[in-house]
Design a protein around this ligand. Structure first.
Ligand SMILES: [Zn+2]
Length: 157
Protein backbone atom coordinates (compact mmCIF):
# COMPACT_ATOMS: atom_id res chain seq x y z
CA UNK A 1 0.00 0.00 0.00
CA UNK A 2 2.84 2.31 0.64
CA UNK A 3 4.94 1.13 -2.22
CA UNK A 4 4.74 4.36 -4.09
CA UNK A 5 8.32 5.51 -4.18
CA UNK A 6 7.77 8.05 -6.87
CA UNK A 7 10.02 10.99 -6.48
CA UNK A 8 9.56 14.45 -7.68
CA UNK A 9 11.69 15.34 -10.60
CA UNK A 10 14.21 17.92 -9.55
CA UNK A 11 14.64 19.56 -12.90
CA UNK A 12 11.29 20.34 -14.47
CA UNK A 13 12.49 21.38 -17.84
CA UNK A 14 14.36 24.41 -16.68
CA UNK A 15 17.28 25.79 -18.55
CA UNK A 16 20.36 23.67 -18.03
CA UNK A 17 22.45 24.96 -15.22
CA UNK A 18 19.81 27.30 -13.95
CA UNK A 19 20.09 27.35 -10.23
CA UNK A 20 19.35 29.48 -7.31
CA UNK A 21 22.17 30.60 -5.06
CA UNK A 22 25.38 28.74 -5.44
CA UNK A 23 27.09 30.51 -2.59
CA UNK A 24 27.34 29.14 0.90
CA UNK A 25 25.06 30.76 3.38
CA UNK A 26 24.75 30.64 7.09
CA UNK A 27 22.01 31.34 9.55
CA UNK A 28 22.69 33.78 12.34
CA UNK A 29 20.81 34.53 15.51
CA UNK A 30 19.06 37.84 15.08
CA UNK A 31 19.63 38.78 18.66
CA UNK A 32 23.31 38.09 19.19
CA UNK A 33 24.64 37.36 15.71
CA UNK A 34 25.98 33.93 16.58
CA UNK A 35 26.19 31.44 13.77
CA UNK A 36 23.47 28.83 14.16
CA UNK A 37 23.92 26.79 11.02
CA UNK A 38 26.60 27.21 8.40
CA UNK A 39 27.72 25.83 5.07
CA UNK A 40 24.30 25.80 3.52
CA UNK A 41 23.49 25.97 -0.15
CA UNK A 42 20.06 26.78 -1.40
CA UNK A 43 18.13 23.90 -2.91
CA UNK A 44 18.13 23.59 -6.67
CA UNK A 45 15.63 25.51 -8.68
CA UNK A 46 12.54 23.41 -9.12
CA UNK A 47 12.79 21.96 -5.63
CA UNK A 48 9.43 20.96 -4.29
CA UNK A 49 8.39 20.51 -0.70
CA UNK A 50 7.27 16.96 -0.18
CA UNK A 51 5.90 16.61 3.31
CA UNK A 52 3.92 13.47 2.62
CA UNK A 53 6.40 10.63 2.83
CA UNK A 54 7.99 11.04 6.20
CA UNK A 55 11.30 11.57 4.46
CA UNK A 56 13.51 14.52 5.13
CA UNK A 57 11.99 17.62 3.60
CA UNK A 58 15.26 19.37 2.84
CA UNK A 59 18.50 17.45 2.35
CA UNK A 60 21.44 18.07 4.68
CA UNK A 61 23.59 21.12 3.90
CA UNK A 62 20.78 22.73 1.98
CA UNK A 63 18.19 25.31 2.81
CA UNK A 64 14.91 26.35 1.26
CA UNK A 65 12.66 29.32 1.77
CA UNK A 66 9.32 28.17 3.09
CA UNK A 67 6.26 28.16 0.91
CA UNK A 68 2.61 27.71 1.76
CA UNK A 69 2.86 23.99 1.05
CA UNK A 70 5.78 23.53 3.41
CA UNK A 71 3.49 23.91 6.38
CA UNK A 72 5.69 26.32 8.31
CA UNK A 73 3.91 28.55 10.76
CA UNK A 74 5.54 31.69 9.44
CA UNK A 75 7.87 32.64 6.60
CA UNK A 76 11.05 30.77 7.35
CA UNK A 77 14.25 29.20 6.20
CA UNK A 78 13.93 25.42 6.22
CA UNK A 79 16.87 23.09 6.80
CA UNK A 80 17.55 19.45 7.53
CA UNK A 81 17.28 18.26 11.09
CA UNK A 82 20.85 17.07 10.73
CA UNK A 83 21.98 20.66 10.43
CA UNK A 84 20.04 21.92 13.43
CA UNK A 85 21.10 19.19 15.78
CA UNK A 86 23.52 21.26 17.77
CA UNK A 87 21.01 23.88 18.80
CA UNK A 88 19.61 24.06 22.28
CA UNK A 89 16.18 23.69 23.76
CA UNK A 90 14.33 26.41 25.65
CA UNK A 91 15.79 26.79 29.07
CA UNK A 92 13.26 25.89 31.72
CA UNK A 93 11.03 24.27 29.14
CA UNK A 94 13.12 21.78 27.18
CA UNK A 95 10.07 19.67 26.43
CA UNK A 96 8.24 22.44 24.65
CA UNK A 97 6.48 20.87 21.71
CA UNK A 98 7.54 17.35 22.58
CA UNK A 99 5.23 14.86 20.93
CA UNK A 100 5.28 11.10 21.05
CA UNK A 101 8.87 10.51 19.98
CA UNK A 102 10.25 13.88 19.03
CA UNK A 103 9.41 17.54 18.72
CA UNK A 104 6.64 19.31 16.88
CA UNK A 105 6.07 22.97 16.13
CA UNK A 106 2.73 23.11 17.84
CA UNK A 107 3.79 24.65 21.14
CA UNK A 108 5.97 27.49 20.01
CA UNK A 109 9.61 27.81 19.15
CA UNK A 110 11.66 24.95 20.48
CA UNK A 111 15.16 25.68 19.27
CA UNK A 112 17.29 28.28 20.99
CA UNK A 113 20.55 30.04 20.39
CA UNK A 114 23.27 29.87 22.99
CA UNK A 115 22.24 33.38 24.07
CA UNK A 116 18.83 32.07 25.06
CA UNK A 117 16.92 33.61 22.16
CA UNK A 118 14.30 31.33 20.62
CA UNK A 119 15.29 30.93 16.99
CA UNK A 120 13.43 28.08 15.37
CA UNK A 121 11.28 25.02 15.29
CA UNK A 122 12.44 21.45 15.36
CA UNK A 123 9.99 19.03 13.77
CA UNK A 124 11.32 15.60 14.60
CA UNK A 125 8.25 13.81 15.87
CA UNK A 126 6.77 11.01 13.79
CA UNK A 127 3.62 13.10 13.37
CA UNK A 128 5.29 15.95 11.48
CA UNK A 129 7.48 16.23 8.39
CA UNK A 130 11.12 15.98 9.46
CA UNK A 131 12.72 19.40 9.21
CA UNK A 132 13.83 22.38 11.19
CA UNK A 133 12.88 25.92 10.30
CA UNK A 134 13.83 29.39 11.34
CA UNK A 135 11.37 32.27 11.04
CA UNK A 136 12.83 35.19 9.14
CA UNK A 137 11.99 37.45 12.05
CA UNK A 138 14.34 35.45 14.29
CA UNK A 139 17.40 35.01 12.16
CA UNK A 140 19.59 36.58 9.55
CA UNK A 141 20.74 34.75 6.49
CA UNK A 142 24.21 35.72 5.36
CA UNK A 143 26.88 34.52 3.04
CA UNK A 144 29.54 32.42 4.62
CA UNK A 145 32.90 34.06 4.52
CA UNK A 146 34.74 33.15 1.44
CA UNK A 147 37.50 30.87 2.46
CA UNK A 148 39.54 31.04 -0.69
CA UNK A 149 38.73 28.99 -3.73
CA UNK A 150 36.08 26.42 -4.24
CA UNK A 151 36.00 22.99 -2.74
CA UNK A 152 35.64 21.09 -5.92
CA UNK A 153 39.18 19.79 -6.07
CA UNK A 154 39.13 16.01 -5.85
CA UNK A 155 40.37 14.47 -2.68
CA UNK A 156 43.97 13.46 -2.92
CA UNK A 157 44.39 9.75 -2.91
ZN1 LIG B 1 21.79 34.36 19.96
Amino acid sequence: MDADHSRHARSPGGAPGSRAFTVEMRILCKQCGASLVGNLFEVDEGFTFDISEGAEVVPPRRFAFSKPESGCREPSVVVSLADAGMLGKPEGDPDRGYGCCGYTDTAGLNLTCGCGFDVGYECSDCTVPPMAYFPLTRIELKRSEESGGNKLSPAAS
